[in-house]
Write a protein that binds this ligand. Sequence first.
Ligand code: ARG
Length: 474
Amino acid sequence: MAEINPRKPAWSGRFSEIPSDELLAFGASLPVDKRLWREDIAGSKAHAQMLAKQGVLTWEELQDVLRGLKEIESEIAAGDFVWDMADEDVHMAIERALTNRVGEAGARIHTGRSRNDQVVTDARLYLKRRMRQLASALNTLRRTLLELAEAHKKTILPGYTHLQKAQPISLAHYLLSFSQMFARDFRRLLAAHEAADLSPLGAAALAGTGYPLNRKLTADELGFSGLTINALDSVSDRDFFLDALYAAAVCQVHLSRLAEEVILWSTEEFGFLTLSDRYSTGSSIMPQKKNPDFAELVRAKTGRVIGDLNALLITLKGLPLAYNKDLQEDKEPVQDALDTVEASLRVMTGMLATATFHTDTMYAAAAGGFMAATDLADYLVVKCGLPFRRAHEIVGGIVLSCERHGIKLQDLTVDELQGYFAGFGRDAERAILVEKIVENHSTPGGTSPKAVAHQLEQTKEAFNTDEQELALYL
Ligand code: ARG
C-alpha cells in the first residue's frame, strides 16, 4: 500500500501549494503534544469501538484499527516509534502510522471526529492522569511532614513575625502549618481533576456531527464521569487547564516558602538545620561552603509556574469561539508547570527527610532574647489585673533596660522585676520559662503540647481521608 507522503499535510486536498518547512515547523505541536500519545491512542480505540457498535465501521475494520493501534502503542512505549517532525501533531502522527499499517480502516477512524474534540479529549485525560500523579507526590511530602511533626512535639524554637523573634512555639506546630497548606493544595488538585472529568468527544469540530455517535459509550470507555453539554464550548474550553495551573502555582508558592525557611535555617546565623550532603552543593572557590542550591531552585522555579498560569490566561483572553490555533499553545505551560511542581515536591520531600534539625540551637534561640515579653505582660494582666496596654508599657520598659545592660529577661530575679513593678510575685520567674509559655498557648490551633496533639490528630485524619480518596482513582 502507498505510504502517505509526510510532506503533504492531511488537509492539503484543496491546496495547490503548501507552506514552507519553516512555517510547517512553526505551526507544529508534535514536540510538545507527543507526550499525550497514551491518551490519543486510548481516545482513538474508544472512538473506533463506538463507531463499530453504531455500524459506522465494520467489525473487520475495527479489528484492523485496534491491532494497528496496539502495535503503535507498544512501539512508542518501547521507544522504537519514529516521530516524524513533518507530522503536525500527535494526532496526525498516530493516524498516519495507523493508516500506513492497516490501510483504509485507519483512514476511516476520523469519521465523526475532528481534531478539535480529539485534542481536548486527550488534554482532559492527560490532565486527570497528571493530577493524580501530582496528588500522590504531594501526599508523600505530607506524610514526611507528619512524621517530622510527630517526632518534634517537644522541640521548641522561636516563632517569627516580620522575621523578628515573636513567641516560642514547638517545631511540630511549625511543621503542621505547612501540612495545612499542602492539604489545601491536595483539594485544589482534585478539583482540577474533577473539572477535567467530562468527555467532550463527539463535539466534533464545533457543532456535533450527523453520524449516529454514542457519546456516552466513549465517555464510559475512557473513564469520564459524564459528558460536556455544549459542543461549541467543549472544543474551546480550557478551564480545567487553568484550574490545574492555579492549583500548581499555589502549591509551588507554598513550596517556595518552605524552601526559603530551609535556606534561612541552614545559615550559620540561624543554625537550625543542616542539609544532608546529598541535598547540598559546594562552591568552586570557597572550600568551606555548603549551598542549599536545590531549595533555592525550588524558590526560583515558582516564577516560571506563575508565568505558566499567566501565559494560558493571556492566551485565552478575548479568544473568539470556538477552536482557534491559539489553543495549541495550551499544552506547553501545563506540562512545564506540572513537571516543575512534581519535581519540586520530590526535592523538598527528600530534603526534609534527610536534614538534621539542631534542636539545642533552636531551644537556645527561643530561651534567650525577649520572646517572653508578651507572657510577662499577660502575667500582669491575669495576676495583677492591669489593663493590657499598661502591662505592655511596663514590660516594654523592662526590655529596654535589659537591652541597655546586655542581659536577657530570664536573667532577671523576682526582686529585680519587683523594682519595675511591685505586683510581680514569686511565680513570675516561672511564667517566663519557654516551656511554660508554650504550654500556656492552649487555644485550639495553638502551640501547647495538648493543642498540637489535637492538631496532629486532625491533620492525620484529613490526610488519611485524602489518601483513601486518591486510592479510588489510582
Ligand atoms: N495540534 C492541535 C492543538 O494542539 C490539534 C487541534 C488542531 N485542530 C485544528 N483544527 N487545526 O491544538
